[in-house]
Design a protein around this ligand. Structure first.
Ligand code: CA
Length: 468
């Protein structure tokens, strides 16, 4: 009897110890997931990428503390880009989520929801998934988590052993800008390196400095959040992602499938697991982030998530096959065309080439020249846009205007070895025939494999999805 009682106590003790141990292990292992996402911040506008005019010490710090990506790509429009980040799926797999100002159906697994189910406290501040109407998708709050006024008010209620998942969605550097703010902040227009797809003059240079000014405000806000984490001793076990949802808000950039619209800054750190000082020159996409977060939290990745879990290669645990290409897509951005139709296009980007297919080349890529009071509305209103429209007939501006505002052919092909700025379409040049065939085939295969509604030039029903 006495022996039995002792054995029973022993068993209870062992069970209790095991439970405690497992909880502790879980507590130590489950990392916090923190996404710090800017609005319209394109590659390579950060100090660590070699841009010496914009100062991004906090982004640079996270890049050095973890891993810096030089070929991170996404969809060049806010809501579909953010939907892809949340779900690990291509926007065209997300029904109404493919557009700006639609909705994201709750039936698509979303890493924030999956983490919440496993006991994570979740929240977001400022711009989450959107713009759009999340209620139409069956969500009770933004798909990026319940709303908080700021990170501080979310963080103060997090218990020490409670993992959290937070999304800081800055409104910077989205337009409008305070004109001249960049120059006023002490920057010189002489120092600006104007991208090759924009005309080089004082108006454009000053506009770029205003964009830089807001990037710096985003970076400074990121710094404040990092300080709070650091003071609480949480930096070590927090997986931090800093990025932007699409390229810079300038003509031929945002809302376009050229790099200036789709290539974004990306740095990830998690000191507990990811070695510092890494550089990744391989293709990654927003579709990879949700599976990576779930893997970090030791949660099974749903089959629907087609992105790649980046964790094994970031932690150095496993050599993984490197992606040698990335796919991009575009549907409806703003309401800027007769019939509220979009500009459906798909693209494949390799190290050497960018191939784009425009499915409705009869439409205006930048929006109708006149749609109500809006002109070429897929390009955000800006001093640069105004300048280009006013001077479109000037010989030094005309080629820039033509490329950014005018209609485009069904196919575009750019040889990045000689044309990294993607200015000269060589799709009809004979010596590129084989490359064109190969890329076209690869794009077709991806569209088929991912059930793209635009396969065989279909998908007209996408245009009927609501626009709120
Ligand atoms: Ca955006």
């Amino acid at each position: 009897m006495r022996k039995n009682r002792q054995t029973g106590l022993k068993a209870i003790f062992i069970l209790g110890f095991l439970t405690f141990f497992m909880a502790e292990t879980k507590g130590q292992q489950a990392p916090n997931i923190l996404v710090l996402i800017a609005d319209d911040w394109g590659y390579p506008n950060a100090g660590v990428y070699g841009d010496n005019v914009v100062h991004t010490p906090n982004f640079d710090r996270i890049a050095k503390q973890g891993i810096l990506f030089t070929k991170a790509f996404t969809t060049p429009s806010c809501s579909p880009s953010r939907a892809s980040l949340l779900t690990g799926q291509w926007p065209h797999q997300l029904e109404e989520g493919v557009h700006l100002k639609g909705f994201l159906n709750k039936k698509f697994p979303n890493y924030v929801e999956l983490l919440a189910e496993q006991g994570y406290v979740t929240g977001h501040t400022k711009k989450g998934w959107g713009p759009g109407t999340y209620q139409l998708g069956g969500y009770e709050h933004n798909p990026s988590g319940p709303r908080y006024p700021d990170f501080e008010s979310f963080f103060k209620n997090i218990a020490d052993d409670q993992p959290f998942c937070f999304w800081f969605g800055s409104h910077d550097p989205h337009r409008p800008y305070k004109e001249g703010s960049g120059v006023k902040s002490g920057k010189s227009i002489a120092d600006v390196k104007v991208p090759a797809f924009l005309p080089d003059n004082a108006v454009v240079r000053s506009d770029i400095l205003d964009y830089y000014d807001e990037i710096e405000r985003f970076d400074s806000d990121v710094g404040k959040i990092l300080l709070i984490l650091e003071a609480a001793g949480k930096l070590d076990n927090t997986l931090i992602v800093i990025t932007g949802d699409n390229g810079m808000p300038f003509p031929r950039a945002k809302a376009n499938l050229y790099d200036a619209g789709t290539r974004v800054p990306l740095a990830i750190s998690w000191p507990a697991r990811i070695k510092s000082g890494q550089l990744c020159p391989d293709f990654v996409g927003f579709i990879d982030l949700a599976p990576t977060f779930l893997a970090a939290a030791d949660i099974q990745i749903p089959d629907a998530m087609v992105g790649t879990n980046l964790l094994p290669f970031m932690t150095g645990e496993k050599v993984v096959a490197r992606r040698d290409k990335m796919f991009m897509e575009r549907e409806r951005h703003a309401r800027v065309r007769e019939g509220n139709v979009g500009y459906p296009s798909r693209a494949i980007r390799t190290n050497d080439f960018l191939y784009i297919r425009n499915f409705r080349p009869d439409r205006w890529p930048a929006g109708d020249p006149e749609f109500g009071s809006v002109r070429f509305g897929d390009i955000d209103k800006s001093p640069t846009k105004d300048y280009m429209m006013t001077h479109k007939d000037d010989s030094e501006v005309a080629p820039f205007f033509e490329r950014a505002f005018m209609k485009r052919p069904v196919e575009e092909l750019y040889d990045l070895r000689v044309d990294p700025d993607q200015l000269t379409n060589v799709v009809d040049v004979k010596r590129y025939a084989a490359v064109r065939r190969k890329l076209r085939k690869s794009l077709d295969r991806w569209m088929e494999e991912t059930d793209d509604p635009r396969v065989d030039n279909g998908g007209d029903y996408l245009e009927d999805y609501p626009y709120q």
